[in-house]
Design a protein around this ligand. Structure first.
Ligand code: M6P
Ligand code: ZN
Length: 192
């Protein structure tokens, strides 16, 4: 007899972007990613309160057998110095594995890069579908003044490679200048 998984239902709270009965919730605070921000004085000051930057509500448990993983990510509004709150960002261990984001709430940018230095940014607004092909690292940034909430789907065996981003950073930064988000080259990017 073939082994069939059971169909699954998750309910997104469309007002907040959260999933109440999530199988797993990842909470990331500033202390989990302090090295990712440029302004280390701002990091030091903010670490006193160590704010929650974002939460990821996963619909399947970590050791599941389902072929797809899906999650809602909710990034709080805020900045560390001039840099907006953002995700760590990662490559997939499997360089063939793509990902799709659908934004439900808020306003942001997705910044992408390949290992050989190509970059791409796209806006994230309610209704935007961002397709991230295999081989592109991806980071999301909340440039608005309310939570940025997006739904993500990716192959369950893709794997997260955080080291590639933690070591070199992203070639592009999204900063606030005169009240507006601007995309600028990262002066500390290791490839530059
Ligand atoms: C999305 C997906 C997840 C990822 C999350 C937070 O929901 O891409 O795989 O974990 O965003 O991003 P990160 O893991 O880079 O902190
Ligand atoms: Zn991913």
């Amino acid at each position: 007899m073939p082994h069939h998984l059971m169909p699954m239902l998750s309910q997104i709270d469309l007002q907040h972007g959260t999933i109440k009965d999530a199988a797993e919730v990842i909470v990331r605070r500033l202390s989990d990613m302090q090295g990712h921000y440029q302004d280390q004085n701002a990091v030091r000051d903010l670490l006193q309160e160590d704010p929650i930057l974002y939460r990821v509500y996963l619909t399947t448990p970590p050791d599941h057998e389902y072929q797809w993983r899906t999650a809602m990510s909710v990034i709080e509004p805020g900045k560390v110095g001039a840099e907006y709150y953002m995700t760590k960002g990662h490559f997939h261990k499997d360089q063939q594995a793509p990902e799709v984001y659908l934004t439900l709430l808020g306003k942001g940018q997705i910044v992408m890069q390949t290992h050989d230095g190509q970059t791409e940014t796209q806006p994230m607004l309610p209704g935007a579908v961002n397709y991230i092909p295999g081989g592109w690292a991806h980071r999301t940034i909340n440039t608005g003044d309310s939570p940025l909430a997006f739904f993500a789907v990716w192959p369950a065996d893709a794997g997260h490679d955080y080291a590639g981003v933690a070591d070199r950073g992203f070639p592009l930064l999204v900063l606030e200048e005169n009240g507006q988000p601007v995309v600028v080259p990262n002066p500390h990017y290791e490839g530059s």
